[in-house]
Ligand binder design. Structure first.
Ligand code: BES
Ligand code: ZN
Ligand code: ZN
Length: 475
């Protein structure tokens, strides 16, 4: 369990506290510090030190000097990182509970707590001595936050950690049917409903893309439909989220060509984790928005029945696709889900996928490549959410000239483009299956990190959950 965040109504001189302060103004001092301690804090404030820890009979008092910046988003991010950094100190003193007090004029306590909660994440399931390794922080109180702010933050950080768990689970546990069970569990805890189509139903619906990718697999595919439809929904027509649920990507018969590129392909369901995690948070926070989420799920591997380059596949939409690389499997399963979305007459469709190495190479782990047909207002709101939660978006163009690159000699469209613009041709492939306002988010770079990055940690990041929650809460 990650630490729970709540609003603190009061605190006593027995409670562990973290005081967020400006470096040049600590008027709050007489309330908490002895004369001797004031002198100590003053010295620290005048030096480069960003944080000092005082031990007062039986409790820990941390004074955290927050960095200033005119850009509130940058300031929020600095606070998240500071919140993550303080964890090491808290562990040393085995702190289980604490209260954050914000003495700065720009309320940064929520971001600070967010960094603490997300930075506390651990994936210990497979360690024999998991209990010993477990960190002990359990409760973060925020003095001065509203109940709603604190609860929503607690929910969205929990949801992000659930998404991280899903990404970190290997195929030996998380097959496509297992992913559906996980969604069922998440639905029970948060309130969304889940319907799962099995292979028979998927076959009856002629989801040719999903079935083609699944042909080399031992496990059957699943098609997951999650729904959150509150009575007070603001939207008449649903928002639809779609997530790529490739639980492992070997590349199939076009086996992954580069050294080590397969090692972390358990993360190829990062899109599914993002939209599933977002659904969990949206439902648990009871946001007044009607949202439906679609996740086509399977692994992609070679096998005696596996689809091969040259195959022509008839998709759920009826369009034909010439497969020239079985490693471009994400777009095959996403296309079927995007076509399926049409039947709901959606107001907006947002899809999340670890779709291309090209997107990962373009922006690395710091951003998300996005593109689509939604109007500028929607795009701008989405970009704003990106800056707010530090899951920043870079828009790529869907210029129609690129369409030349996915023309096939024998079918309506082919599943790879040329050597350039790989993220864009993948986006154009998806666009072929949409007829509604739509945005595509290629999270190939940000879904899984190979080196630790502050509160985002290492391995699965849960990217997309906070972005979607922020966007939907402001919808
Ligand atoms: N899952 C990969 C994309 C990926 C790459 C995700 C790196 C995360 C990190 C996807 O299915 C894939 O293999 N794409 C190919 C497409 C190509 C064959 C047209 C790629 O990007 O190389
Ligand atoms: Zn692939
Ligand atoms: Zn893939």
């Amino acid at each position: 369990m990650n630490p729970v965040i709540s609003a603190a109504q009061s605190f006593s001189d027995k409670d562990n506290i973290i005081i967020l302060s400006n470096r040049d103004n600590y008027e709050w001092k007489s309330e908490f510090l002895s004369e001797h301690e004031v002198e100590y804090v003053k010295q620290a404030a005048e030096s480069e030190t960003s944080r000092i820890t005082l031990l007062q009979s039986g409790r820990v008092v941390v004074v955290q000097f927050l960095k200033k910046d005119d850009d509130i988003n940058k300031q929020r991010e600095y606070s998240r990182k500071d919140g993550c950094d303080v964890l090491e100190t808290l562990r040393r003193y085995r702190v289980e509970e604490l209260t954050i007090l914000d003495k700065t004029e720009r309320s940064l306590m929520l971001s600070y707590a967010e960094g603490m909660a997300l930075g506390s994440y651990q994936f210990l399931k497979y360690y024999i001595d998991a209990d010993k390794r477990k960190h002990c922080l359990k409760n973060i109180g925020i003095y001065g936050a509203t109940e709603k702010e604190a609860e929503e933050l607690s929910i969205v950080t929990e949801a992000t950690c659930i998404a991280r768990d899903l990404v970190n689970e290997p195929l030996s546990y998380l097959t496509a049917p297992k992913l559906s069970e996980e969604f069922a569990e998440m639905g029970k805890k948060s309130g969304f409903t889940l319907e799962v189509f099995d292979k028979k139903k998927i076959t009856a619906l002629k989801m040719g893309g999903l079935l083609a990718v699944n042909r080399g697999s031992f496990d059957p595919p699943t098609f997951n439909i999650m729904e959150w439809k509150p009575d007070n929904a603001k939207n008449k027509r649903p928002i639809i989220l779609v997530g790529k649920g490739i639980v492992f990507d070997t590349g199939g018969v076009s086996l992954k060509p580069t050294n080590h590129s397969m090692d972390f392909m358990k993360s190829d369901m990062g899109g599914a984790a993002a939209v599933g995690g977002a659904m969990y948070a949206i439902a648990k926070a009871k946001l007044p928005v009607h949202v439906i989420t679609l996740v086509p799920a399977t692994d992609n591997r070679p096998g005696k029945e596996a689809y091969v380059p040259g195959d022509v596949i008839t998709m759920h939409s009826g369009a034909t696709v010439e497969v020239l690389n079985t490693d471009a499997e994400g777009r095959m399963v996403m296309a079927d889900a995007l076509h399926f979305a049409k039947k709901y007459d959606p107001e907006l469709v947002l899809d999340f996928a670890t779709l291309t190495g090209a997107a990962a190479r373009s922006v690395g782990g710091q951003g998300i490549v996005c593109m689509g047909t939604a109007d500028d207002d929607t795009k701008n709101k989405m970009k704003k959410s990106g800056y707010t939660v530090q899951e920043r978006l870079v828009e790529f163009p869907l210029w129609e000239e690129y369409k030349e690159l996915i023309k096939s000699d024998i079918a309506d469209i082919k599943n790879i483009g040329g050597p350039v613009a790989g993220a864009i041709t993948a986006g154009l492939f998806l666009k072929h299956f949409t007829d509604y306002p739509w945005l595509h988010f290629d999270i190939a770079g940000a879904a899984f990190l190979h080196t630790p990055d502050s509160y985002r940690g290492k391995n699965g990041t849960g990217v997309g959950v906070r972005l979607l929650f922020d966007f939907i809460s402001n919808y």
